[in-house]
Design a protein around this ligand. Structure first.
Ligand SMILES: Nc1ncnc2c1ncn2[C@@H]1O[C@H](COP(=O)(O)OP(=O)(O)O)[C@@H](O)[C@H]1O
Ligand SMILES: [Mg+2]
Length: 276
């Protein structure tokens, strides 16, 4: 694909991925998007899940003409919906569930989303892709379009197993399709420190992925589940909740890590001098 290896000062494309459902992908996409937006960043959210939870959580109940399915098929212009100043959304629709099969025979099928998003990168600081709960062609498209992947997981032993599979896929995509792809971070979600299992799994996973696991954990917090029913992010719904505190801290960590420090040990959580 045309000279995409070149570095330019354009937006980071970040996939929020885990093939397991219910781990907090959509919640993370909404609240990182909102939190970074409150920090003054221009954000585009891309709903790549046919279940369209992200779109619905942002108050888009009926998909507009320019939904991700029609855009991927080349049938609609790339016109994001403006949710708030500096926070745009490309909504999804149930039709997207047919896309994997429809696109499977196309040449360059892994690069479709990358080509759609590339011209938008100049307009945004971050483009966040909320992935479906699978490792199919849609997720492959998201990872091929991204510089980073954020992996939300629940602190269960089974999650560790799934994580191995997912990091293998990330590695394979880096080798074959997208050399720029990095693990931006592994995020512990729905965390309850009273549960010994949660604490044990945290220790194991930090041991296995010392650089990748975010310092910030997202606690189990009801405000995070309630906010989308009101079409709100957690900062607007309940600014003092644990959910708002945790996603606020995570956004701070993302901004500090600056997306390019991941490979150097010892930088996590520290302020890096003078980037930008
Ligand atoms: N930290 C949390 N505390 C409490 N509930 C949460 C938390 N994170 C997510 N949820 C809830 O758990 C369910 C699954 O989260 P969701 O973000 O939709 O996961 P995914 O997109 O991975 O399927 C949703 O009902 C959501 O509101
Ligand atoms: Mg989801």
């Amino acid at each position: 694909m045309s000279n995409m290896g070149k570095h330019s000062n354009t937006g980071e494309v970040v996939s929020i991925t885990n093939h397991k459902g219910g781990v907090g992908k959509t919640t993370t996409a909404i609240n990182i998007g909102a939190g970074l937006n409150m920090a003054g960043k221009n954000i585009l959210l891309v709903d790549l899940d046919p279940q369209a939870n992200l779109s619905q959580s942002m108050g888009i109940m009926e998909p507009p003409e320019a939904n991700i399915y029609r855009i991927i098929r080349g049938e609609a212009p790339v016109t994001p919906v403006v949710i708030l100043p500096g926070l745009d959304l490309i909504p999804s629709t149930l039709d997207l569930s047919g896309a994997e099969i429809e696109l499977s025979g196309e040449i360059g099928r892994e690069y479709i989303l990358r080509e759609i998003l590339e011209p938008l990168r100049g307009r945004y600081d971050y483009i966040l892709i909320d992935c479906p709960p699978s490792l199919g062609l849609l997720t492959v498209n998201a990872l091929t379009a991204s510089q980073e992947v954020i992996i939300p997981i629940q602190a269960h032993y089974l999650a560790l197993h799934g994580l191995g599979k997912l990091t293998e896929v990330v590695e394979k995509i880096r080798r074959k399709l997208n050399p720029d792809l990095k693990i931006g971070g592994i995020l512990l979600t729905q965390y309850d420190s009273r549960k010994i299992l949660n604490r044990d799994v945290e220790t194991t996973i930090r041991g296995q992925f010392p650089e990748e696991v975010f310092n910030t954990k997202i606690r189990d917090n009801i405000a995070l589940a309630e906010a989308p029913t009101q079409g709100m992010d957690v900062f607007r719904y309940s600014p003092k909740s644990y959910g708002a505190q945790d996603y606020g801290a995570l956004c701070g960590e993302i901004l500090t890590r600056n997306g390019h420090q991941r490979s150097k040990p010892g930088n996590i959580g520290k302020h890096s001098n003078n980037q930008k």
